[in-house]
Ligand binder design. Sequence first.
Ligand code: SF4
Length: 315
Amino acid sequence: MTSTPAATGAAPATAADEAAEGARLHGPVTDWFDEHARDLPWRRPEAGAWGVMVSEFMLQQTPVSRVLPVYEQWLARWPRPADLAAEPPGEAVRAWGRLGYPRRALRLHAAASAIQERHGGDVPREHAQLLALPGVGEYTAAAVASFAYGQRHAVLDTNVRRVFARAVAGRQYPPNATTAAERKLARALLPEDEPTAAKWAAATMELGALVCTARGPECVRCPISAQCAWRLAGSPAHDGPPRRGQTYAGTDRQVRGKLLAVLREAVGPVPQAVLDAVWDEPVQRARALDGLVADGLVEPLAGGLYRLPLGRSAS
Ligand code: SF4
């Protein structure tokens, strides 16, 4: 009997090996997904393509538990792209709340405006048209095309990259930034038919989120533990470059968050003195405020006043 790369714990060597490896993983992973997928609002049919797009913007750097309440409020207030596009971008920043990385709110607003102008208010189906929207990168275009429209695309987020690194490449963690080799592997692993490919994309993501997690993979309840190259190789420790940490306390990000929180809560423009009260260190505070203004998240007014932006968001 010929042993497969995964059965020996070795990474697949050729594209044919990768495709064969994918075929062995598809059934167990999608069957597991059928049984264990979380019932999330953006996965329900009524979410539509706009709901999927909103969720993808929010989920990129924020966990599901924090996204859920903001997502529900967002869709209740702005059920269509046109509803969001009709409001000032500052309202998107306000509604973004504490999800973090608030430039995503401006980008989502700009995408909604472009959808209204270029596509009559409907989220486009074509990957290239999605990719042409402001704030939509390769990942989001593939995710919306796959999850909303059931198309065949490699959807490569942090969770999927980790599953592929372990199960197929035999490494504990993927590289810090997505590589061409990872994209190639993800394409090779895609099931041929569209519905299965779309389910595979969602299922691998869910497996990484629930079972094959960054800190503690639960291999005993993993549907592909018998094929996992990393596990079969004895779960070797990470030997690549140090992994990037996510420090927050004391960073400019924290100061920006505090400044924005004041502006979100305010009903009108806020005086500089009120903003000065959020952080003791004046140089860092000024740098954070300048950064928010430069990013279009805050609008300076005459007389030392500041507010969330009323103008058109950048596209
Ligand atoms: S067996 Fe363990 S390491 Fe391998 S894919 Fe499953 S959870 Fe991840």
